[in-house]
Design a protein around this ligand. Structure first.
Ligand SMILES: Cc1cc2nc3c(=O)[nH]c(=O)nc-3n(C[C@H](O)[C@H](O)[C@H](O)COP(=O)(O)OP(=O)(O)OC[C@H]3O[C@@H](n4cnc5c(N)ncnc54)[C@H](O)[C@@H]3O)c2cc1C
Length: 430
């Protein structure tokens, strides 16, 4: 079925993350037809990617098919595809499959990992920017535990179980904490061939504290929690190279590591067709207070990929879900009214991070919480934010189960393969 046309304007949205999806919810169905383009056919929930990586949740619990979400929205169509280029003269967007015309374009494509010029790093490290990357890391962790369990050499066991996490922001801290929980609670029970000390987890940060965007108290508690989970912390240094399983740091230290998890930086998803002058640092589109991309009246950018300075945020708004959601609502209201009289103002609701069971930190404006209260608050906030009732229930049941049993039930090593069993032999030859 074709979209309804007539006098309605056609909005194309690139990206169905927090920003894209919230824009769709608020845009007036009587004024706009909308085409959402995303490279995946589902919306996902990045704050819980680390729980997929650590086998705490399955992918279906934090992902939601776009077509299901939009089944009652007659004015919205979903097109799967990766946007390669935008032609702003002819007002078209091109994916690998098709070219689509627009009246207004909203770019909400988010970010990808930034390797700061270390070109070959992409192929050597593990990242956590999509569901697929989280599954890849989960398989790597499970595979290493299995291989180490059947290895006779103690030295080789330690090599197989050497993990370094680069970047101690919320993602780095959460993933390091999750591996620490496996080391502390799961390995002693389910991998009798391994000792806790066979597993080495190191988290590295360039700043002088972990979670540097949160309060100093939150950083101190998070560091303490990492210590409880037997995660080593190295501060005030950056990684300069990773070759032949050796991580070299700016302070001269070298560490052996076979699994490097990179959470140290992000950059805007590359969208072709724009002049360099529209980009700020970090590959973000420079926008004004109405989220209009510099130099355009019909192209907008939202969320992580948008760069907007304000007196409170002279280096741009933080790349957080709440910013994306609030910007999407503000822009949609401006488009609905057509007046563009509402400037974007961020209402900071605070930030949180969890470092495993009963261990979390939360800075909620003037209220600072730690430990169990913060952990329950963290769970509640994430639970209500996940899309879909089925997903909320699945996540809740998984969390209750994990809380009662000190275990996660999803440690299944499933590799997609065209030829059954062949991949395993190839791996053994490595
Ligand atoms: C591991 C992790 C943990 C996080 N934890 C938190 C947290 O606890 N709290 C918090 O507030 N924020 C957190 N964030 C940040 C938060 O997820 C982002 O700020 C938020 O997702 C930004 O929303 P967005 O809509 O701008 O982009 P995204 O949610 O990233 O959505 C972008 C969408 O665009 C699609 N896309 C990208 N490029 C293309 C293309 N070329 N063509 C078609 N489609 C494309 C993607 O598939 C995706 O669906 C976390 C991020 C990560 C990665």
């Amino acid at each position: 079925m074709e979209l309804e046309t007539g006098s309605k304007k056609h909005i194309v949205i690139i990206g169905g993350g927090f920003a894209g999806l919230n824009a769709i919810k608020v845009l007036d169905k009587n004024k706009f037809d909308i085409t959402l383009i995303d490279r995946h056919n589902f919306h996902s929930f990045p704050p819980l990617f680390y729980q997929i990586a650590s086998s705490g949740l399955d992918t279906g619990s934090i992902s939601f098919p776009f077509r299901r979400e939009m089944r009652h929205m007659k004015h919205v169509r979903f097109h799967m595809g990766e946007v390669k280029n935008v032609d702003t003269e002819n007002k078209t967007v091109t994916t690998q499959f098709e070219t689509i015309s627009y009246d207004y374009l909203i770019i909400a494509a988010g970010t990808t990992s930034n390797f700061f010029g270390m070109k070959d790093l992409r192929d050597k490290v593990y990242t956590l920017k999509s569901v697929a990357e989280a599954i890849r890391l989960r398989n790597e962790l499970l595979d290493r535990l299995e291989r180490a369990s059947i290895t006779k050499s103690h030295e080789r066991k330690k090599q197989l179980l050497s993990f370094v996490v680069i970047g101690a922001g919320p993602t780095g801290v959460e993933v390091a904490g999750a591996i620490g929980e496996m080391k502390r609670y799961i390995v002693p029970r389910e991998y009798p061939e391994l000792e806790k000390d066979d597993i080495k987890i190191l988290i590295v940060e360039g700043a002088d504290r972990v979670l540097r965007t949160m309060s100093e108290d939150a950083s101190r508690h998070a560091r303490e929690y990492l210590g409880h989970l037997m995660v080593d912390v190295k501060l005030n240094t950056t990684m300069v190279s990773y070759d032949n399983n050796i991580v070299k740091f700016a302070d001269g230290e070298e560490v052996y590591c076979e699994t490097l998890i990179w959470t140290a930086g992000i950059t805007g998803e590359p969208i072709g067709g724009f002049d360099k002058s529209v980009y700020a640092r970090g590959g973000r589109f420079i926008v004004d207070a109405f989220n209009k991309v510099k130099g355009y009246d019909d192209v907008f950018a939202l969320g992580d990929i948008a760069y907007l300075e304000s007196p409170e945020y002279p280096h741009g708004y933080p790349q957080l879900a709440q910013v994306a959601i609030q910007q999407a609502r503000c822009l949609s209201e401006n488009l609905n009214s057509g007046r563009f009289d509402k400037e974007f103002k961020y209402k900071d609701k605070g930030s949180m991070a969890t470092v495993g069971r009963n261990r979390a930190v939360a800075d909620l404006n003037k209220l600072h919480m730690y430990g169990r209260p913060a952990w329950f608050t963290w769970m509640f906030v994430h639970l209500i934010s996940i899309l879909g009732m089925r997903n909320k229930l699945t996540v809740l049941i998984n969390w209750i189960w994990a809380y009662c049993t000190y275990s996660t039930s999803l440690r299944l090593l499933v590799r997609p393969t065209k030829y059954p069993y062949r991949g395993h032999w190839d791996l053994a030859k490595e």
